[in-house]
Write a protein that binds this ligand. Sequence first.
Ligand SMILES: Cc1ncc(COP(=O)(O)O)c(C=O)c1O
Length: 215
Amino acid sequence: MLIYLNGKFVPKEEAKISVFDHGLLYGDGVFEGIRSYNGRVFKLYEHLERLYASAKYIMLEIPLTMDEMAEVVLESIRVNQLRDAYVRLVVTRGVGDLGLSPQKCPRPTIFCIADQIELYPSRFYEEGLELISVPTRRNAADALDPRVKSLNYLNNILAKIEGELCGYAEALMVDRNGYVLEGTGANIFLYRRGTLVTPPAYVGALEGITRAGRH
Ligand SMILES: Cc1ncc(COP(=O)(O)O)c(C=O)c1O
């Protein structure tokens, strides 16, 4: 497997980043999870637009144009000879010192992994999947804009752990008032009277590309 890392494709074993990278030290960075089906990338530019918007929100300047980044994604799929792929595209604040300030991080770290992933066993897609609501709240929308897809997933991870501890593969995240927001790594939809409804992003859900519809 070849991984794109800061301008080069390197074997998986060599795809390493510094322990001083702020993506690791502080979760300071942004990412996208992108799919390709049968050799075609699903909504590539929508993902790139969200990536660049997330980066802009955290004042992280990505040193590649959107077209160059598109090529990174496509080339990652091609060099690994994949057709149905899950692509993880990550931009971190880069290597700095142990302080919080990004001012000491001159260059973002960019990497792209094209792999295969089974998010849930196929029986869940056929038989359905039961969720459980868990105590951990999703990050409040007035603390961190939910439209930012950042490397900070700790609330979601805690919710996932709580769900799994109760024997459920997925957890339902709610806000501090108990209103439904989303799953730990997916938006949620309710089918009601012939219509799909989903919470608006501004209350605290990620502005998902799948939920944007119009495919
Ligand atoms: C927290 C969260 N909500 C929703 C989604 C679904 O978003 P999309 O449809 O853009 O993949 C994801 C996907 O990564 C996610 O991590």
